[in-house]
Ligand binder design. Sequence first.
Ligand SMILES: Cc1cc2nc3c(=O)[nH]c(=O)nc-3n(C[C@H](O)[C@H](O)[C@H](O)COP(=O)(O)OP(=O)(O)OC[C@H]3O[C@@H](n4cnc5c(N)ncnc54)[C@H](O)[C@@H]3O)c2cc1C
Length: 406
Amino acid sequence: MTGPTLQPDVLVVGAGPVGLTAALALRAYGLPVTVLEAGPEGRQRPGSRAIFTHSQTLQILDRISPGLGAELYRHGVYWNTQRTFHGGREVYAKTYPDPPADVYPHFTSLPQVQIEAYLYARALAAGVTFAWDQEVAQVDATDDGVVVTTAAGRRWEAPYVVGADGSRSVVRKQVGARMEGTRDEGWYVVVDVAEKDEPTLPRERHFHYAHPAVDGRNVLIVPFAGGYRVDLQLVDGDDPEELASPAGVREWLDAVLPPGYAERTTWVSTYQFLQLVAHDFADPHRRVLLVGEAAHLFAPFGARGLNSGVPDAEAAAIAVAAASRASGAAARAPVEAFALARRSAALFNRDAAGEALAHLRPDAATAERIAAAAERAPDDRSASEWLEKAPYGPRGVHRAETVYRY
Ligand SMILES: Cc1cc2nc3c(=O)[nH]c(=O)nc-3n(C[C@H](O)[C@H](O)[C@H](O)COP(=O)(O)OP(=O)(O)OC[C@H]3O[C@@H](n4cnc5c(N)ncnc54)[C@H](O)[C@@H]3O)c2cc1C
């Protein structure tokens, strides 16, 4: 007697937030999934990183794992007051009304490590298999499937592979996808500080142009569950290593935060604005799909990293589910559609991040415009709103996100 034919697992490479989302979404479509992760089981990843989770992201997570978005929302913090300063003077302030109890507000804010913990717990409960210490080194795709080989020589076979192995993606390189775009020369130092038992910082988002306490550098302060993230924008001639050193951080952080926060620093990192998008989001055989930072790298301003990786992951799962039900040339179509739609969304995000950058590292004309707007604000509402919104680039999401439904 023969039993039912076992369907081979779809492989997801990378157990970051986007890989975990892809695994959950694939399970939601009934597909068996194994996640191959280079890191060890129980690893602790550092830093707040993708704190700002949009309501659309929460909705997608609810779709693929009912109640997950709500769980993240309950754990995160929401602030409804935003302030912008120029040279220490307030040029914009807005307090939004509290959202209705049954609707997500625009966002919730919690550290990426906690988002990953919720995703991981859901993935285990959904029956995802995890294989840790599996550093993928080689990916060979054909029209019939994919063979993945790890650095230790272990071989895995799969009908489809979702590459979610982050910014230095081996999967991307193996399938011949090229990153296209630019890296800006400017540097930022990012620091997490833990909340005090008796907080002295308001739970508000503050953006400072030309903060007078740090020689006119720009500073962004954003709350998240358990603390605050502070971004310092360096100016030409600054040494990122010096300003990210324990003594350097202490000095500038003490200047921009109330006393007692600098010694509560839990994470320090530096970054540059990258605006890179893979030339193709799938391999030529349409068996390997790239998602998250394996496919695109954006500047943190505007919170487009995780918030675009989650729709990538859902779209990849929808495409794999549809392709798995088809055969021959028809199986290519859903993957084609995924690659086109998500690349187009990534180009939109890359350009939006580019607009933010043009504002944060202004040419002479934009610098003059910022100074003139700061003179007129807050009495001139349009100048005030422009100063508030421009550092994050245009709002909104790429409309093609609703295109694929099979
Ligand atoms: C300072 C900073 C601030 C940020 N702020 C924000 C923000 O406010 N909002 C936002 O949306 N985003 C933000 N981001 C971006 C966000 O962190 C990323 O978008 C997110 O981590 C990408 O998730 P990912 O799953 O694609 O990749 P990753 O999180 O990098 O996960 C990739 C996984 O793949 C594994 N891996 C790598 N290579 C291999 C291999 N060869 N084989 C097997 N496994 C492998 C890695 O170990 C890792 O677990 C920020 C990033 C930084 C650095």
